[in-house]
Design a protein around this ligand. Structure first.
Ligand code: ATP
Ligand code: MG
Length: 188
């Protein structure tokens, strides 16, 4: 069994070496699949991750949701750097570079979101397996956050198909997903 650290390093490298054009094409396929999901169509408030340059793109998805009159929320690391706060965006212009080099909501101009109002969570990650286990970047932010959410809220991961591995190492605190969407399949 590979270690979490080993798998993270391998996937970081694999993600960095993906051509921008491939990333763009694959992201579009994943976006189409996401937009067709029942859970998305029904959702009024969706929590997205704000994608980094190597990840499945979420910017167009956030734009579509806003254009469809859905509410869009994104996470921000709290000042202690241990937990995620959730803030609502009325426009993507409210995003600013945050602590981890990821764009974050400008907290002073955004409303905090009541967790009970979240209908769907789009979760980031480095690797997944067919049991819908997730390997994140290793800080435990999403695991801690997901464990505070009502269990009934669907958790969807967006991934390039090469991010699906035979087995992701899991520990007790790791929260599994409900669906993993890739450019080639829907795992549920
Ligand atoms: N619910 C939790 N309560 C307390 N500590 C936690 C919890 N979830 C994760 N952690 C801690 O966070 C650290 C990293 O966890 P893990 O290796 O699963 O990160 P990850 O899932 O890759 O990262 P992320 O969730 O940020 O994407 C671990 O040391 C773990 O003890
Ligand atoms: Mg984890």
């Amino acid at each position: 069994m590979v270690s979490k650290a080993g798998l993270r390093e391998h996937m970081r490298q694999r993600l960095r070496s993906q051509e921008p054009e491939e990333r763009r094409k694959r992201s579009l396929l994943i976006e189409e699949r996401f937009l067709q999901m029942d859970a998305y169509r029904k959702a009024r408030l969706v929590l997205y991750y704000v994608s980094m340059p190597q990840e499945v793109d979420t910017f167009r998805l956030m734009e579509s949701a806003l254009a469809q009159g859905k509410r869009v929320a994104v996470p921000a690391c709290d000042t202690a750097g241990t937990d995620l706060g959730v803030y609502e965006l009325s426009s993507l212009g409210q995003l600013r570079p945050g602590t981890l080099g990821i764009l974050e909501p400008e907290v002073s101009t955004c409303e905090a979101v009541v967790l009970a109002e979240i209908d769907l969570v789009v979760v980031p990650g480095l690797a997944y397996d067919l049991r819908k286990n997730r390997l994140g970047r290793g800080k435990g932010y999403y695991d801690r956050f997901l464990s505070r959410l009502p269990e009934s809220v669907p958790k969807v991961a967006l991934a390039f198909d090469f991010q699906i591995v035979d087995e992701v190492p899991v520990e007790d605190h790791d929260v599994p997903l409900d669906v993993v969407l890739t450019d080639r399949r829907k795992i549920r």
